[in-house]
Design a protein around this ligand. Structure first.
Ligand code: M6R
Length: 600
């Protein structure tokens, strides 16, 4: 979603900001802009569209050593040049970039901004106008900035520059991610460390409701009452090569290929020298203590939660409910006596999940976050964190984080079983190693999936995925992958549900991708395949070795039955990838989508 970068130093800020914004492109955006300042002149350039267009629009002759930049994902007002950030105050003195949503922007406008003509439809412009109004009353920029921030309700990460002060960037944060990066003779600010890895790997974490005065040689963190806060920097775990495509045409393909490596890394990270599971003892205790688990997640992470429920119930024998984060608050179930909330989130920043976390923390319930980004909001605010170790996932379509989520949930399930003294004839590390090998074998057969994508999906309007038991959950993940990157209308269904309505949609040539990896339901899913073929469907069956039948489109290498979802999703990822390519879609940055969904 929206991204922020800011730089103050002695080099040309324009280029640093543009490069930073390019690194944030993966998050999804529809417009972008920068404001840079030299000798007390502010130069602003904004475009609706891509950073490449912004780069072209920016005047190369401008040399400025301080600036802020932004990628916008529209919330208040459509994508347009007027609504793109930075926004300026009435006099043009203050320029601002903002991520998040100001919930009380209409109240602020009505109370403080009468007589001021707004140039955009954004909540952000309200903030910069408010700062100027307060400055006119207080005559102190820093105090006016803090006062304005105090009046705001909602989520924000803000960077502000003042045309009359070439020495400071004003920063504030609440619920939206924002980091300060430290350099020698310069300092930076960014909503994601990836944006500024080009210049530093030293970062300062910011807490909610803190403000910062960012100067060339000095960084001052303050609470809203002006009290100064001291904080030690940390070193970013990433380096620049982790976030490059290398020889791959797309991040998505690179990340699909990385999956065996990620599984092996997870095995390493979660195993001690005696080949026992290595897990934070507090997490183990929390799992032992609870009487029911509530998994909260969105999108692909929700799909991983559905599979995780199988692992946790079957291995650890704990009842599990899986909830879509954005719906949870409206329909909060009757909770058990000792619930444990498990938040699954690749980014750790999903606002829908965080809203539930805030709510369940208020109720006093323990929370575990399973995330790819330790230090993210969901990780910091939960009691415990399990790390996915998947490495940065840049493509909007989640692939390696999803398989990592399932792997970590399987390990967690077995560990809890061990802790509870439940005997299992299942070695998760050995079985995951077999899964990693199977994934590798499949990734080497990409031409098969490219052909399947061409054969089944090249011209279709829609596509259905069917499966029974855990194959059903993999099917809905396959459908999500296909629709988000190829824009083919796709849905996943339980095989048995077809006859209750969906089968009406099957017509001559409708592609139906069926998963057949579960022995107990092989005959029934095969029956469903025959039903759709009889109605003209073009059926593509992906089966597991041992359960395969002649005519199947692809046979997966055999892995332990309960772990098949970690393997069977790979063909669906690749088929979606090639379908999107055949349709000339922007695979890594699909339209309207954001990598990290930081608004509710
Ligand atoms: O970062 P999270 O895992 O919390 O994100 C949740 C969803 O937004 C995410 O999985 C989304 O559905 C992906 N684009 C799917 O590929």
């Amino acid at each position: 979603m929206c991204g922020i970068v800011g730089y103050i130093g002695y080099d040309d800020s324009k280029e640093i900001l543009l490069k930073g914004l390019e690194k944030l492109e993966y998050r999804g955006y529809d417009s972008a802009g920068i404001a840079v300042m030299s000798k007390e002149d502010v130069y602003i350039s904004k475009v609706k569209g891509r950073i490449a267009q912004l780069r072209e629009a920016v005047d190369g002759n401008v040399h400025a050593t301080l600036g802020i930049g932004h990628t916008r994902w529209a919330t208040h007002g459509p994508p347009s040049q007027e609504n793109a950030h930075p926004h300026q105050s009435k006099s043009g003195r203050f320029s601002i970039v903002h991520n998040g949503v100001i919930e009380n922007y209409l109240e602020v406008r009505d109370e403080y901004l009468s007589g001021i003509e707004l140039k955009s439809q954004t909540d952000t412009e309200i903030v910069v106008q408010l700062i100027e109004v307060l400055y006119n009353e207080m005559n102190d920029v820093s105090a006016a900035f803090r006062k304005a921030v105090e009046l705001l309700k909602g989520s924000y990460a803000i960077a502000l520059i003042d045309a009359e002060d070439a020495e400071t960037i004003y920063i504030a944060k609440n619920k939206s991610p924002l980091l300060v990066g430290l350099g020698d003779g310069f300092n930076v600010v960014a909503s994601d460390s990836m944006a500024m890895l080009q210049v530093t790997d030293q970062y300062l974490e910011l807490m909610d409701k803190e403000t910062v005065l960012l100067r060339r040689e000095r960084v001052e963190i303050q609470k809203l009452d002006g009290t100064v806060v001291e904080r030690e920097p940390f070193t970013a775990e990433l380096n620049e090569s982790d976030i490059e495509k290398g020889t791959y045409p797309h991040f998505m393909l690179k990340e699909i290929d990385e999956q065996p490596l990620v599984l092996r890394r997870i095995i390493q990270e979660y195993q001690d020298e005696n080949n026992e599971i290595k897990l934070d003892p507090d997490v183990r205790q929390a799992m032992k203590d609870c009487d029911r688990i509530y998994i909260i997640a969105a999108g692909t992470s929700y799909h991983a939660g559905l599979i995780g429920k199988q692992f946790l119930e079957k291995f650890a024998q704990i009842p599990v409910e899986v909830h879509v984060a954005s719906e949870f608050s409206y329909n909060m179930p009757l909770l058990s006596e000792k619930p444990l909330f498990v938040y699954i989130s690749q980014s750790g920043e999903t606002a829908d999940s965080r809203a539930v976390l805030v709510q369940t923390k208020e109720l006093g319930h323990p929370a575990l976050t399973i995330t790819n980004v330790p230090g993210s909001t969901l990780s910091r605010e939960a009691d415990y964190t399990l790390h996915l170790h998947a490495g940065p996932e840049i493509a909007v379509a989640s692939t390696k984080a999803y398989t990592a989520q399932m792997a970590v949930l399987a390990i967690l399930g077995v560990d809890t079983a061990n802790a509870k003294g439940i005997e299992l004839d299942f070695d998760p590390m050995q079985e995951l190693a077999i899964v990693a090998n199977a994934m590798e074998a499949m990734a080497d057969q990409k031409d098969v999936f490219e052909d399947l994508a061409r054969e089944f999906l090249a011209t279709t309007r829609n596509c259905f995925f069917i499966g029974r038991s855990i194959d059903y959950y993999v099917g809905i993940e396959g459908a999500l992958k296909l629709k988000e990157i190829s824009y083919i209308q796709a849905e996943g269904f339980a095989g048995g549900e077809l006859k209750h309505g969906t089968i009406a949609l099957i017509e001559e040539g409708t592609p139906v991708i069926a998963l057949a990896t579960q022995a107990g339901v092989n005959d029934s899913i095969r029956g469903n395949v025959q039903e759709v073929i009889a109605r003209g469907a073009n059926a593509c069956v992906i089966s597991m070795k041992g359960l395969d039948k002649s005519g199947d489109s692809f046979v997966l290498p055999q892995v332990h039955e309960i772990l098949t979802p970690i393997v069977s999703v790979l063909p669906l990822q690749l088929i979606s990838y090639y379908a999107a390519l055949h349709r000339n879609c922007d695979v890594d940055k699909p339209r309207n989508l954001a990598k990290s969904v930081t608004v509710e």
